[in-house]
Design a protein around this ligand. Structure first.
Ligand code: PLP
Length: 361
């Protein structure tokens, strides 16, 4: 597979090669059915097995307790920005939000029309280069939940401490899903788009505490109701079968690798290699991020000038190190090193950074 590049894309992202190859083998004639999986009924037995397997692996590999359920919902993490307040707030009920950067802001913008939304901590003063400490987040009386973003994909910061608040947490974990343990007792719901760490685009994977759905808002279009998706086992309407199939395979791959424990450790190792390259560069590479909050998934860094950054990105691409450009809103460079990115890719990038520095400083 010599034509596979080192792909640091922020999303959609690199997927495990064995998973892609297995899907390729099965694609045209799925398990002797004489048709592909994406051509058959979503009520067919062959698909039903795929669906159930993906759901049970999601619960197993994430280490989800029995009082939670899993849902596959189209519309990505973005639709969850709206579904959370639509379901959990009625009338002008209140909820707190941590504004930790671009995605935190997105969640706030989409919640605002649906309740009394306030900012419980704002990263604005620190230019979104850090996350709050657990005691810095201030909730207001009557809040139904506190929404947090566990990892800001663009800013490259991760929430290290969960806020010490009395109300249930709800988290957007899109960009560090399945790379860290989740203290489930603190959460009523967590969600993330599949395409950052778990598969192709096409849906969000949502875990919900079942008892939290007892009093949710029913006055909604059915597709927007969590209780409907949960009760129908994510088969309320035609599900994104290909995405679910691929997520199932990626979860199996993760399980075979040793599960969450191994992946969390690997994520810290991979990130450590790149942060070491930055820290040991005598300031040639710099990170704008508070070292205590450095993301294990999205490593953002700058070079001494924009000119050098452009040269760096061009030469990296020539070496098959692709998608290292920072988000258009912040510039610079960003290496997204999600779960399926091999450690060799990170080592190759680290060596390239060293070489580039030697040749250009
Ligand atoms: C990518 C991303 C989103 C948006 O996800 P979609 O699935 O494209 O809607 C939301 N939140 C975070 C943290 C992300 O990284």
């Amino acid at each position: 597979m010599s034509n596979r590049v080192h792909n640091f894309c922020a999303g959609p992202c690199t997927l495990p090669l064995p998973v892609l190859q297995e899907a390729q083998r099965e694609f045209v004639d799925y398990h002797g059915e004489g048709m592909s999986l994406i051509e058959m009924s979503h009520r067919a037995k062959a698909y039903d097995e795929v669906h159930k397997q993906a759901m049970s692996l999601a619960l197993e590999v994430f280490g989800v307790p029995d009082d939670f359920g899993v849902m596959f919902i189209q519309g990505g993490a973005t639709l969850q920005f709206a579904m959370v307040p639509l379901n959990f707030l009625s009338g002008d009920q209140r909820a707190g939000y941590v504004n930790s950067g671009s995605w935190g802001k997105g969640a706030i913008a989409d919640a605002q029309p649906h309740g009394d939304i306030y900012v419980a901590w704002d990263g604005k003063d620190s230019n979104y280069t850090r996350m709050p400490k657990s005691d810095e987040v201030k909730t207001q009386p009557g809040s139904q939940y506190l929404h947090v973003t566990s990892n800001e994909t663009i800013g490259g910061i991760r929430m290290v401490e969960w806020p010490a608040v009395e109300i249930p947490l709800i988290a957007d974990m899109s960009s560090d899903y399945m790379s860290r343990k989740i203290p489930w007792d603190r959460f009523d719901l967590v969600y993330g788009g599949a395409q950052k760490n778990l598969g192709p685009a096409g849906m969000a994977i949502v875990f919900v505490r079942k008892s939290a759905l007892e009093n949710t808002n029913r006055n909604l279009a059915r597709y927007l109701r969590y209780d409907v998706h949960l009760e129908k086992d994510s088969l309320f309407n035609t599900p994104p079968v290909f995405t679910i199939y691929m997520v199932g395979k990626v979860l199996q791959w993760m399980k075979d690798k040793g599960g969450l424990f191994v992946i969390e450790k690997e994520a810290a190792e991979k990130a450590g290699i790149l942060y070491d390259s930055i820290d040991n560069s005598e300031g040639y590479y710099s990170s704008p991020v508070d070292p205590a909050c450095r993301s294990h998934m999205n490593v953002v860094f700058r070079l001494p000038s924009e000119e050098l950054e452009n040269k760096f990105l061009q030469q990296a691409e020539d070496e098959n190190l692709v998608n290292l450009k920072g988000h258009r809103s912040v510039g610079g460079c960003r290496a997204s090193i999600y779960n399926a990115l091999p450690v060799e890719s990170v080592q190759t990038l680290s060596a390239f950074m060293q070489e580039f520095k030697n040749a250009n400083s």
